[in-house]
Design a protein around this ligand. Structure first.
Ligand SMILES: O=C(O)CCC(=O)C(=O)O
Length: 301
């Protein structure tokens, strides 16, 4: 799909396959601003020595060689990430795929560093944050060109209609499926490459992952993850949302509404659920969860 708007064909493809590619998803001006701000954040991480509320640091990070896995909750860190999230174009994608009432679940800017930036092992986002129904997805806006070499997102078509695979290892939630799981079919994976400004969509139950960045270029993908507002999170998932007292939780929910209104009657569907508990020793990001949970890599050479 190219340019603004999603066609009936796009929606049918997404429903069938659990993923979609949208080219030129944002305006050239917005893309240029997002790129400049993202590069500036990476530059400022030179002064940071430990992962914190903004930065998730990759191995080998130093002032002379900034290496991040992620900038956390970018829509809270800089207004441009929030403005683009709420742009008419993005809203048209959200409502086409999720209906009139849409709430942001989270955002993240995965910044896979050049020369080995960490893999994201295969998983279903749903395993991290089960809800009362699965009208949930992630947009992945490419801020740099993404090709085979710099760790593109990969997805298994149709897996959103299949089972929830185990993401546990050694009795903890390790945030990744076993490469030996009989329901994990690596041979069916598709690779989602594209020019900067292209955007992937994947359903919360779609199996996906990405290899290490073997190139000399950063791989910057800005993820906005959202759900229909009648999908309510189940307690036990890792988000900060569950830690908020009631009034703060309500204010936070209002802030996260991208389109429409909160829906106070959760739609409860028969969806497969297993809570991501007990948490891995370090559950502060997917990278730390997978590493400290001892997840085995499906990308090992
Ligand atoms: O950055 C990637 O390649 C995948 C990210 C992802 O799946 C996640 O953070 O949950």
């Amino acid at each position: 799909m190219q340019g603004p708007g999603l066609s009936e064909g796009d929606l049918a493809f997404y429903r069938e396959n659990g993923y979609l590619m949208i080219e030129d998803a944002v305006s050239p001006e917005d893309l240029a601003e997002l790129q400049a701000v993202a590069r500036d954040f990476i530059d400022r991480s030179r002064r940071v020595a430990e992962s914190n509320d903004i930065y998730d640091l990759d191995e080998g990070h130093s002032p002379s060689n900034p290496r991040l896995t992620r900038i956390k909750l970018p829509h809270k860190q800089h207004p441009v990430f929030d403005r683009v999230l709420r742009s008419d174009r993005m809203k048209s994608y959200f409502t086409a795929l999720l209906g009139p009432d849409v709430v942001l679940q989270t955002s993240k800017l995965n910044t896979k560093a050049p020369g080995g930036g960490a893999a994201v092992e295969w998983h279903q986002d749903w395993a991290f944050y089960p809800h009362t129904n699965d009208d949930m997805l992630a947009f992945g806006l490419m801020l740099e060109d993404v090709d085979e070499a710099n760790g593109p997102l990969m997805a298994i078509p149709g897996s959103h209609k299949g089972p929830l695979l185990s993401h546990h290892n050694n009795g903890v939630f390790a945030g990744a499926v076993s490469p030996d799981d009989p329901d994990f079919h690596f041979d069916q994976a598709v690779t989602l490459t594209g020019k900067a400004g292209s955007m992937t969509v994947h359903h919360a139950r779609t199996l996906h992952g990405s290899a290490p960045n073997r190139s000399d270029r950063a791989r910057l993908i800005l993820f906005y993850e959202a759900c229909a507002a009648d999908a309510w999170p189940l307690l036990g998932a890792g988000s900060y949302i569950h830690r908020l007292p009631q009034r703060e939780m309500w204010a936070d929910l209002l802030e996260r509404m991208v389109c429409g209104e909160p829906v106070l009657e959760p739609r409860i569907e028969k969806v497969p659920v297993r809570l991501p508990l007990p948490p891995a020793p370090d559950a502060t990001s997917i990278f730390k969860t997978q590493k400290s949970g001892g997840a085995r890599s499906a990308f090992a050479a």
